[in-house]
Design a protein around this ligand. Structure first.
Ligand code: SDX
Length: 429
């Protein structure tokens, strides 16, 4: 029997339906609230507000569960490559051998960017933030692929998804090469997805980069663990922009900009800067944790806390394990890893963090792994964007399929009451 929620306003009862998700998460459907009661709700940061129903990713923040299309992320630890998981997220199930091969071939075929786009890189300052270049050039795909702006059928959507998935690597690598004053290394059709990216990042015209399997597998897992995370800030941004029927490239470009913020995807850079500050002796781990508890300091323990996880972020657990295995095997002894572990140990025993259920999140260890495989710090959030792209594409398409209404939240107005215009020269000094 379906549940209802009753709201009593000015002595009048109003019943609203309760809908229940696959994992029994209940939600009060307030779609008719304003029409029936003249009231809206207010929920700063949407901590209690569902924006949609979705079948892509399930998170249980209390239990630290994360599943892509029902599959726990722990099961991806020693198995698929990123493209297989991207296919799962975008198309709703695991691909068969033929579907996977066809998609992988399409990504190989689509890896190059138009030469006109390549010339754009030359106009950016060397020190331009790679996230700014990434957002600009992903949006610029709308200029070079106008035939993929109206995606009214699945086959054109699939072409756009493949083109975007493939070209984001080239754009990311070219942004890095430009920042270093290095020649662009074009995609190598003989290389698979991650290897091709590493080739474009680190090969030289006279020296083809050969990564070892450890580096490839670590980056593959980093991309998988970042691939989707339901209605996070950047994915909600992609949905918001897509709800106006803006095209896929423009919507994902907006997602890149949202991800850039240090409270979101930019946190992996902030974590490294925090660890480096401690390593350089500016503060001890104890002093940093103390500072992060002082609201006046404006300092937060970066890589800790999460809007949804009130338990360990399952991705952080996997990334901590990868860091612990990878660094010794790469013969890298990064002091920042030891500092991270010390910070984690201190915080997990500190009542401030325990009471607020603040645990390490995805960003706490990812930077240490990226640094160990040679990715420069200013490219960390770019890697996060590459990982999150299939999630953005999946959510954009899920929303397009539903013919969802344009997203347009309400507000509670707290400004001036009715006010008259006064001519410029009549105003008080
Ligand atoms: C990502 O949403 C997603 O799914 C995001 C993501 C994804 O995959 O897309 O998981 C990726 O963005 C991970 C988060 C990366 N950001 C950081 O690591 C930055 C540091 N963390 C925080 O700023 C914070 O925890 C957020 C932004 C992640 C969550 O912010 P909320 O949910 O708005 O929590 P809050 O700011 O209301 O904090 C609740 C309390 C506050 O203290 P009180 O007012 O209750 O006394 O906890 C405190 C906060 O001051 N707090 C922290 C803290 N995080 C929260 N105090 C110190 N250090 C921290 N890191």
């Amino acid at each position: 029997m379906s549940q209802i929620a009753t709201l009593i306003l000015d002595g009048e009862s109003h019943d609203f339906p309760v809908i229940v998700g696959t994992e029994n998460e209940p939600a009060i459907d307030i779609s008719s609230l304003r029409a029936r009661t003249g009231h809206i709700t207010l929920d700063q940061g949407y901590g209690n507000t569902g924006s949609c129903e979705s079948a892509i990713t399930y998170i249980d923040g209390e239990k630290g569960i994360l599943r892509y299309r029902g599959i726990p992320i722990e099961q991806f630890a020693n198995g698929p490559n990123f493209i297989e998981v991207a296919w799962l997220l975008i198309f709703g199930r695991l691909p068969n051998v033929e579907e996977y091969a066809e998609f992988a071939n399409e990504l190989t075929h689509e890896a190059n960017i138009d030469e006109g786009m390549r010339h754009h890189f030359d106009s950016f300052p060397r020190k331009a933030p790679p996230m700014a270049i990434l957002a600009s050039m992903v949006s610029a795909l709308s200029c070079f692929h106008p035939e993929l702006l109206e995606l009214d059928d699945p086959s054109r959507f699939r072409s756009a998804a493949a083109r975007l998935m493939s070209k984001i690597r080239t754009i990311a690598a070219f942004a890095y090469r430009h920042s270093q004053g290095l020649p662009y290394m074009y995609p190598d059709p003989r290389e698979k997805y991650v290897n091709n990216f590493l080739h474009m990042m680190f090969s030289m015209p006279y020296d083809h980069y050969v990564d070892d399997d450890l580096v490839r597998d670590a980056l593959n897992m980093i991309l998988i663990l970042h691939a989707d995370h339901e209605q996070n800030c950047s994915t909600s941004t992609v949905r918001m922009v897509g709800s106006s029927h803006a095209n896929l490239f423009a919507s994902c470009s907006a997602g890149i900009s949202a991800l850039w913020g240090p409270l979101h995807g930019g946190a992996n850079v902030a974590v490294l800067e925090m660890l480096q500050r401690i390593h350089d002796g500016q503060l001890t781990p104890q002093e940093y944790v103390k500072l992060s508890k002082d609201k006046e300091s404006g300092v937060r323990l970066m890589g800790f806390g999460h809007r949804v996880y009130k338990n360990f972020d399952p991705r952080a657990r996997l990334l901590a394990d990868i860091a612990g295995e990878l660094l010794p095997r790469l013969d890298k002894n990064d002091p920042l890893l030891n500092i991270a572990r010390e910070l984690e140990e201190i915080a997990l025993q500190d009542p401030y963090f325990v009471e607020r259920k603040l645990y390490p999140n995805v960003d706490f260890y990812s930077g240490i792994i990226l640094r160990a495989i040679g990715i420069p710090v200013n490219m960390f959030t770019v890697i996060f964007a590459m990982g999150r792209l299939p999630g953005w594409i999946a959510h954009w398409w899920e929303q397009q399929q539903e013919n969802a209404r344009i997203s347009r939240p309400r507000q509670v107005y707290q400004g001036n009451g009715l006010t008259d215009y006064t001519p410029l020269h009549g105003r008080k000094r």
